[in-house]
Design a protein around this ligand. Structure first.
Ligand code: DGP
Length: 112
């Protein structure tokens, strides 16, 4: 797949504020935060959208939520919002899957 801004961040070709990193994931603070805390859990292996997931990706994607829960626990939040945008019509702008994790303010439902 084509290179995205996230593959450049993973490769440390461009800077980002990194909240967590291991061999499979990087978590960065969103450059345009929508809450006092807004991080992105990004698998290092690039998959463009949720529509491109294969059966064998289930553990990788499940692990994104475990990372999200760990980051929120470490930051002291038990209430937070997680969002996957899939496709341009749902406001996906970077075509390398990522989980938005937002905290630090009240959230409404339904989301806009
Ligand atoms: P989405 O619209 O769901 O594809 O979310 C992409 C998010 O990525 C968006 O909230 C802004 C963020 N973002 C885009 N470019 C950069 C960047 O260069 N650095 C950081 N930290 N975040 C970025």
């Amino acid at each position: 797949m084509s290179e995205t801004i996230f593959s450049k961040i993973i490769a440390k070709q461009i800077p980002a504020k990194i909240a967590y990193e291991d061999e499979r994931y990087i978590v960065i603070h969103d450059v345009n935060p929508q809450a006092p805390v807004h991080v992105l859990v990004i698998p290092k292996r690039a998959i463009a959208t949720l529509n491109d997931l294969q059966q064998g990706d289930a553990e990788l994607v499940g692990g994104m939520f475990l990372v999200a829960a760990k980051i929120m626990k470490d930051l002291g939040y038990s209430d937070y919002r997680t969002v996957f945008n899939c496709g341009a019509g749902a406001q996906q702008s970077v075509f390398h899957i990522h989980l938005h994790v937002l905290a630090g303010r009240p959230f409404t439902w339904p989301p806009g």
